[in-house]
Design a protein around this ligand. Sequence first.
Ligand code: GDP
Ligand code: MG
Length: 388
Amino acid sequence: MESAILVGLITPEINKSQSEEYLDELAFLAKTAGAKPVVRFTQKIPMPDHKTFLGKGKIQEVSHYSKENNVNLIIFDDDLTPTQIRNVERIFEKQCKILDRSNLILDIFAKRAKTAQARTQVELAQYQYLLPRLTRMWTHLERQKGGIGMRGPGETQIETDRRIIKDKISHLKKQLIKIDKQASTRRKGREHLIRAALIGYTNAGKSTLMNLLSKSDVFAENKLFATLDTTVRKVVIGNLPFLLTDTVGFIRKLPHQLVESFKSTLDEVREADFLIHIVDISNSNFEDHINTVNKTLLEIGVNDKPTLLVFNKIDAYSYIEKDNDDLTLKTEENLSLEDLKKTWMAKLNNSIFISAINKTNFNQFKDTIYSSIKDLHSVRYPYNNFLY
Ligand code: GDP
Ligand code: MG
């Protein structure tokens, strides 16, 4: 396994503990991509250095560490500009690989994409990520060398690259339109059933719940983006059948291009009648995660769907109680269901606490889904409620 150095910043917007949490997540992403994070470098700085991301001294420090310990993979938590990439690459040894969070996410998606649709979407996202970087590099070179008749071979190469990439992008877009049409026909051909979608931050337990509810065998593991492709299953609760979709997890700082190119995968979410939003309550960042998911939903134009908020993994939950003025550490390692029902989370509309692993509160979870789906069903298909 390749060893990796992680690099992040502490800024006026990102305090020390947030920065650590971001790097925890970056470490998780790195592991998922098959690297082994061995050390972290962070710097407190008002904003990223526009030439080298970290300040001059700090980046030298990282470079020394990399040489002395023979670690040749450097992963930055934020996207680097072309200028930063070029300068940073100059500072590190030639054999060093410089990646940022987006590279990592794109790489994981690329490795795990199975269907033609997912593969095409990732490829499109990769090229779209690359294109503006080439453009800015091109502008830079143009300014440096300037003028007609002054074009060096490097510049011509970049122009050629840009054209090739643009051609690829338009080809992939056409392919996607074709695939989308097929997928939409397939969706229309489905039975007249209410459609529910499991959504949530990556690693929240969506696939685990899909398996439990449908008794199917969807790949679930403790990695980010274990599943990339959406899976649809017919599920029956009580005597009520409906369609359940397991979707790709959302994640913070998801490259903009990826959200764009995943829009058609997210059609399943957009076209669902009912959303089951899974939250990993054992993750100390779960409130951030909820916000990220809600923001992504808005980005794809979903804002008013009936939603059940499911706080999962209560078996692994321990927390600091946020009272009005002080932070009281709860002494019990795990809280009881009764304790949880007293928290702010329980006061939200349509929320429920469960543990998918221990099946805690699982029957109530199923009952809640049942009654929501049943309501939707009787509005949608008023003449077809012989089912119950
Ligand atoms: P997804 O990315 O949302 O599909 O998440 P997965 O279903 O793949 O689950 C991610 C990890 O969380 C797996 O290792 C699961 O075994 C684990 N997990 C799921 N539900 C629970 C739970 O209730 N408690 C605990 N402790 N772990 C869980
Ligand atoms: Mg999953």
